[in-house]
Design a protein around this ligand. Structure first.
Ligand code: HEM
Length: 451
């Protein structure tokens, strides 16, 4: 008799030796993949807490105490931005990509050492970038080396998830979410190439380790709207219709949204910021119509093990995506408008991206990381309330204070920063405790169970 654990709802089956050995290998592979993913996630959590959010809070408190946005060095601001976009969200995406893309596309498994090598290069790259920005010690050497390590890590990731043949039979036709994820991956590749080129340029001719303001604005459009936004759309269109019980995806509309978004990124990169904002807004609205977030659901949402407010926060996050695009149009029309640009950036990065990572991350990561159950759905509710309130206060106060519309708004900024920091800390605690708890007892991959 096999050693299946008595899990309610599963009927034990008798297995011959060959099947048992195939199952044992599948279980061992699944456990190693989960360990790899968990290490990516814990690494991302370390980046978001200290080099990312803590530095962001420090910068914001300094800016608001001096009531001047240029009171903080651009290198410190860029260190924060890079740690958040690549150190946190990028590390999560690489880990989830390694774990899920080969499975979703039914590809042959990749060698796990590629995943570990990618993680090692990525961590060294992102960490040395942060140090080169904060303590400009040998920055002319560190900056290009860090960019080269990040680029190499990406190539290893790309080879592992993109170049393998299907596990068996004829290749499956590509679903629309795959096109969206591929476009996002191209956005990541472009960001890393721009980063490498600009870092080499700076090392040879620059006076400090910070990108020029003009280049940074254009580079950020590629790394946020060109990489993170379509990546979130890709996984949203794959998972959320099921998790939220939505109507069937409008596939052509999703691709149309992706097309508009890509045009917007290209326009932004070539300094056509108003056209870019309008295209990005059109792309976001089209993607929302395609995934049908705001239409009545046809089935109840699957909220077991997460807080039942999960679908509402996903809708709020997509609302922030629209706000970010509208603010970018306004900023482009207002001329030098650091407050509106900053507000647009954080509507996107905190209101949309961080909120989506909080919602979808806590929905999928516990089960991907060895069949665990989220420690506290109630904590999930509180962190999302804090994140959304902090983001509203941040976006509103940043426009009022930086643009000189209302002096009292400077005092709202540190409060917003502490709220967001608390939300990020609770997110990290909820996931860390979840990983420390034992997995639910299933000794066989779920795909092999009898019901
Ligand atoms: C506690 C939360 C956060 C605080 C206090 C914070 C603070 C700041 C500050 C003060 C700036 C300088 C410019 C400005 O005032 O707009 C900034 C820029 C930036 N932040 Fe944040 N931030 C937070 C969260 C995030 C998150 C979650 C992300 C991304 C996921 C992010 C990405 C960025 C980026 C990309 C920039 C621009 C960097 C550049 O100019 O190169 N921030 N942030």
């Amino acid at each position: 008799m096999s050693d299946l654990a008595p899990v309610p709802g599963l009927r034990p089956v008798r297995l011959d030796d060959k099947t048992k050995s195939i199952m044992d290998r599948a279980i061992a592979r699944e456990q190693s993949l989960s360990r790899l993913l968990m290490t990516f996630i814990v690494t991302g959590l370390i980046f978001v807490l200290l080099p990312g959010t803590f530095l962001g809070v420090w910068n914001l408190i300094k800016i608001s105490s001096r009531q001047a946005v240029n009171s903080v060095s651009p290198a410190w601001i860029q260190a924060h931005g890079h740690a958040q976009l690549f150190g946190w969200v990028g590390t999560f995406i690489l880990g989830i990509g390694f774990y899920s893309i080969p499975k979703l596309r039914k590809l042959k498994p990749f060698a796990l050492r590629e995943g570990w090598l990618c993680l090692a290069l990525w961590v060294v790259g992102v960490t040395s970038r942060w140090f080169a920005n904060i303590y400009p010690w040998h920055w002319r050497v560190l900056l290009p080396i860090s960019a080269a390590f990040e680029f190499l890590a990406f190539l290893i990731f790309f080879r592992a998830v993109a170049s393998h043949r299907p596990a068996s039979g004829a290749p499956k036709p590509w679903e629309p979410w795959i096109f969206v994820v591929i476009a996002a991956t191209m956005g990541l590749l472009t960001s890393l190439m721009l980063n490498l080129g600009a870092s080499i340029q700076l090392a040879r001719n620059g006076a400090s380790p910070a990108f020029s303001h003009e280049f940074d604005q254009r580079y950020l459009i590629v790394s946020t709207w060109g990489f993170l936004v379509p990546m979130v759309w890709g996984f949203s269109s794959r998972w959320l219709p099921v998790f939220m019980g939505l109507r069937p995806l409008r596939k052509h509309l999703l691709l149309a949204g992706l097309g508009l978004n890509t045009l917007g990124v290209v326009a932004g990169f070539f300094d056509r910021f108003t056209a870019a904002g309008i295209l990005l807004l059109g792309g976001a609205a089209t993607a929302i119509a395609a995934i049908r977030f705001f239409e009545p659901a046809t089935k109840p949402a699957k909220t077991t093990n997460v807080h039942e407010s999960f679908p509402m926060f996903i809708r709020i996050a997509y609302g922030w995506l629209l706000v970010a695009a509208v603010l970018s149009v306004w900023a482009s029309l207002a001329g030098e408008a650091a407050g509106i640009w900053g507000a647009s950036r954080h509507a996107l990065t905190v209101g949309f991206i961080a909120a989506m990572v909080f919602c979808v991350g806590q929905r999928v990561l516990p089960s991907f990381c060895g069949m665990r159950v989220l420690w506290s759905p109630m904590l999930m509710l509180w962190m999302l309330i804090l994140l959304m309130t902090g983001c509203t206060l941040r976006v509103g106060s940043e426009i009022l204070a930086y643009q000189g519309y209302a002096g009292w708004a400077w005092s709202g900024l540190p409060v917003s920063a502490l709220m967001e920091l608390t939300a990020v800390f609770l997110f990290a605690v909820n996931l860390a405790v979840t990983f420390l708890r034992p997995p639910i007892v299933v000794t066989t991959p779920l795909s092999m169970t009898t019901e």
